[in-house]
Design a binder for this molecule. Sequence first.
Ligand SMILES: [Zn+2]
Length: 489
Amino acid sequence: MRGPAPSDGKEVDLSHELYNAGHLFEAAAANYQATGDRHLLDVALKEADLLCATFGPEANKVHGVWPGHEVVEMGLAKLYRVTGESKYLRLAKYFIDYRGPCGDDYHQSRIKPVNESRAVGHAVRAGYLYSGMADVAALTGARDYVRAIDRIWNDVAGTKLYVTGGIGAIPDGEKFGPAYFLPNKTAYCETCAAVANDFWNERLFLLHGDAQYVDVLERALYNGLLSGVSLDGKGFFYVNPLEADGAVARSPWFGCACCPGNITRFLPSLPGYLYAQSGKDLYVNLYAANEAEIKIGNRAVKITEETRYPWDGAVKLTVHPDEPARFTIKLRVPGWARNEAAPGGLYRFVEHSDAEPTLKVNDGTQPIKLERGYVSLKRKWKDGDTIYLEIPMPVRRIVANQAVEADRGRVALQRGPIVYCLESTDNSGMDVRSFALPANEEMRAGFEPGLLHGVEVLRGTNFQAIPYYAWANRGKSEMAVWMRSSEAR
Ligand SMILES: [Zn+2]
């Protein structure tokens, strides 16, 4: 699909060459950072230098090219971070600034991105564009970029985000629908779009230092992104629907094989999302058992984290600075642990939970005073200091904004960051797609080590729900995330 060509007919306009270049740049930067080897980086820099020599505002260059499938902007920003070469950053900004107007929503070019207020068009392309804008905003301080991506984020969080964190409601065009249009069986929710959504939210967190972006990132990560790969790692979803009639299965590969590659590069990068650092502030964003070594000021700090998260909200962090040092550890208290189902108000919990998180440092109980979703522990840390954070994980029922027609009269189940579904495999003799969850149904959570590589299941009187990400791993089945309920008003 092509919009009106803005340049002088260059073949690269609105095509995928710059998308391929962007992925090469990202791979080269990651490879260099991980290994110190320059081979792939040097190849990428040659191509980036060619792009810089070919495209730009100067009279002797090709003007106004619109990368047809964005990602080159993020890739160029990465090369700038690695090399400090400002021409890469300038070209990234050039590609964004010369996009639109007079194009189409599909390519995010009907109006200039910096003037946009809505998430439009192809969802993966959009997610990459917004991520590239966040990079340019962070690296140049462009306030108009920040305002644009904030407006667009509010549009997505408030009206276009699936409860699984997926984005892109419409298969025809793989694109965003209008506000509140979130059908379940025909949801598109491409795996790449969930990855792009996480790229974008990570960057917005880095810009604003607000946990609401990590809330969205976590929702997508544990649900609509992880569902993109089978438990044995050999099958992939391109499309991640929230309801299925028995005809859906993962594939080993696709003709257009973006999603398998996106999953296989995202999951190894996950450790980079756990912590973030700003000066003497250490943010703990995602909880997972891990060991990390982080430089804070001129001190080397080792952190050991023990937890069964996301199945259990008990988190134990032990801090090992090489010498006692004063810095601040900022612990994210997820929105779902504060009775906020999702930032933006698109979803809410049916009942208020009185189960409050608790916090201790060594033997001392600490008050939980939140600022932008974080509780701050500022002190002189010494070797062996231990933080105990306990985040209750009751089973919660979620309802969508009444404007979402597909979810009206329905509830979804969530425990911790995990969204659940009913799969026919666990519920023989029941039509899971028309199952009605009785009001005030007592539900119990229990860990099943032998099921689906070990999952916490939810059980009611006559049903069993499993984590959404784990569905379709036992042959074809019917599945539903949203259940009918008289409580959903
Ligand atoms: Zn894809």
